[in-house]
Design a protein around this ligand. Structure first.
Ligand code: NAD
Length: 253
């Protein structure tokens, strides 16, 4: 048994943004099962409360598209998971600048402000884990997702810079880069892409989402959460500035 097994995070606190749904909810459950006290920061009060009640955690109802709301709040946690995200699928000429801006606020500026607020406490304690839920689209572009691809590439840069600054203080920062995971976010994307390409939704999964995935199935939220749990624990102490793909082989091509 390694230290990353039972109670690897006993006595630790964690904040998971977007923890009310999908991958974030799976991460919240996983970190809790490893012993951490988890706070869920989410726009959705009911969804956040449901997950928090299940794991004995706390809720912070926040709209991260207004990242200024982070300022002035003490983010005193050992593990910060920047997971909240949204998607918009649209060709660039029809992509509203307001929608582009909103995606960058939620997926780049909010993580920056949360990291900025969390680092001083992590430095004081000589321990911290910043885990940023990026995507294969942090490493590879895709048509019709200009804001998402831009935001995820920026998050990669923020994560690596945090890794360099945090390392001397015992703080690591890493990205997790899933391929397609079946969550509400992806269900909406399947419908949007079916409309744009004029094909059946099942064909979107087969011909677009699994086209470069050698294992030919979507990723499960629990699989992403398992990797996050390991990154948060003591066995990953020397993993810093990395980006871990979980994509069935997509980016290996
Ligand atoms: P999801 O839609 O199931 O969950 C996203 C959560 O973020 C929701 O609880 C939502 O309320 C919250 N959220 C959205 N906007 C917010 C805001 N302004 N302020 C606070 N909370 C907000 O999505 P998911 O698929 O679980 O995605 C989670 C993360 O994983 C995202 O960053 C996404 O880019 C990334 N990701 C997802 C996939 C995938 O295929 N699902 C693949 C790679 C990366």
């Amino acid at each position: 048994m390694t230290t990353s097994d039972i109670a690897a995070l006993a006595g630790r606190s964690a904040l998971v943004t977007g923890g009310a749904s999908g991958i974030g909810a799976a991460i919240a459950r996983r970190l809790s099962s490893l012993g951490a006290h988890v706070t869920i920061a989410d726009l959705d009060p009911a969804g956040a409360r449901a997950v928090a009640d299940e794991i004995g955690g706390d809720v912070w109802v926040v709209d991260l598209s207004d990242p200024g709301t982070v300022d002035g709040r003490t983010i005193d946690v050992d593990v910060l998971v920047n997971n909240a995200g949204i998607q918009r699928v649209s060709p660039i000429p029809e992509f509203e600048p307001e929608a582009f801006h909103r995606i960058l606020m939620i997926m780049v500026e909010a993580p920056f402000r949360l990291i900025r607020a969390a680092l001083p406490g992590m430095y004081d304690r000589g321990f911290g884990r910043v885990i940023n839920i990026s995507s294969v689209h942090g490493l590879r572009a895709s048509e019709f997702k200009s804001a998402y691809v831009t935001a995820k590439h920026a998050l990669e840069g923020l994560s690596k810079t945090t890794a360099l600054e945090g390392g001397p203080h015992g703080v690591t920062s890493n990205c997790v880069n899933p391929g397609y995971v079946r969550t509400p976010l992806v269900e909406k994307q399947i419908a949007d892409q079916a409309r744009i390409h004029g094909i059946e939704e099942s064909a979107v999964v087969e011909t677009i989402m699994l086209a470069h995935n050698a294992i030919k199935r979507l990723v499960e939220p629990d699989e992403v959460a398992s990797l996050v749990g390991w990154l948060a624990g003591p066995d990953a102490a020397m993993v810093n500035g990395a980006s871990y793909t979980m994509d069935g082989g997509w980016t290996a091509q």
